[in-house]
Design a protein around this ligand. Structure first.
Ligand code: ADP
Ligand code: MG
Length: 242
């Protein structure tokens, strides 16, 4: 136990150091961005095309930093009970404009009769949901549908599912998507799914992916509901997970 505690402490010290470096870098990047904007005012066509590259690369680095900072934040301490469907409603409101822009219809559904309460960090849950919905949007064509739902799983667990009709994932991709920094996108960070998986695990749950190329994907977060916490129901092994 002592060894484990020491390991945790040094990990969090390293995390803090990394976070402060990332923070400094973010400040530097903000200033580079500002001067890039100023240079654009008097740039010729060639310089302008270079400045555009600087701009988009800086944008990529900024989102990487943002997601990294989020990952390195200490978690697990501020675990509180919160209503799951409310988080979904809030996130859907945030993401609706992006969906509309791309011609994607987003639906939400609560299949569980009672208000489901889960225990965790609500801020982190919302960020994870945003990650999953962003992935679904990025995989989907105009005209397709996207569904966020809460479903009954067993007495002590619920499923939070994000289902899309997008391009899906191959077997090979499925083996790699939980590796930090694995991405198939030009501007991807590869941190969205690892973050969501960690969120589920911190809450005593898990994340499962079911996906078929050209059919779509369904990302399931298996979460203990608050009532189950009290009974200390052991986490279930799910056999139907990909
Ligand atoms: P990023 O989105 O930055 O690439 P993620 O960790 O969020 O990083 O996702 C990793 C990879 O998993 C993506 O690059 C993509 O290949 C795949 N992926 C994730 N969600 C979906 C989805 N809903 N549909 C298809 N592919 C997905
Ligand atoms: Mg992503």
């Amino acid at each position: 136990l002592k060894q484990q505690m020491e390991r945790n402490e040094s990990l969090s010290a390293l995390g803090q150091l990394a976070a402060s470096i990332a923070h400094e870098m973010k400040n530097g990047m903000t200033s580079i961005r500002g001067f890039t904007e100023l240079m654009k005012l008097s740039a010729d066509d060639t310089s302008m095309s270079y400045l555009d590259v600087i701009d988009s690369e800086m944008g990529r680095m900024e989102s990487l930093m943002k997601e990294f900072l989020m990952l390195s934040k200490p978690t697990g301490k501020e675990q509180v009970p919160f209503p799951l469907f409310r988080s979904i409603c809030e996130v859907v409101t945030i993401m609706e404009p992006q969906c509309m822009q791309r011609g994607i219809t987003i639906y939400k559904d609560n299949h569980v009769n009672a208000e489901v309460t889960v225990v965790g960090n609500p801020q982190r849950m919302k960020q994870s949901l945003i990650n999953l919905i962003k992935n679904a949007i990025e995989a989907s064509d105009s005209g397709s549908r996207l569904m966020i739902s809460i479903e009954n799983y067993d007495r002590g667990h619920v499923l939070l599912a994000v289902t899309d009709e997008g391009k899906g994932m191959t077997e090979l991709q499925l083996k790699q998507v939980f590796m930090p920094f694995f991405t198939t996108k030009r501007d991807g960070t590869g941190l969205g799914l690892p973050f969501a998986l960690e969120t589920a695990e911190l809450m005593g749950g898990h994340l499962f992916i079911k996906s078929m190329p050209d059919k779509g994907s369904r990302i399931e977060m298996l979460l203990p509901s608050a009532a189950a916490e009290a009974q200390e129901t052991p986490a279930e092994e799910t056999s139907n997970a990909v």
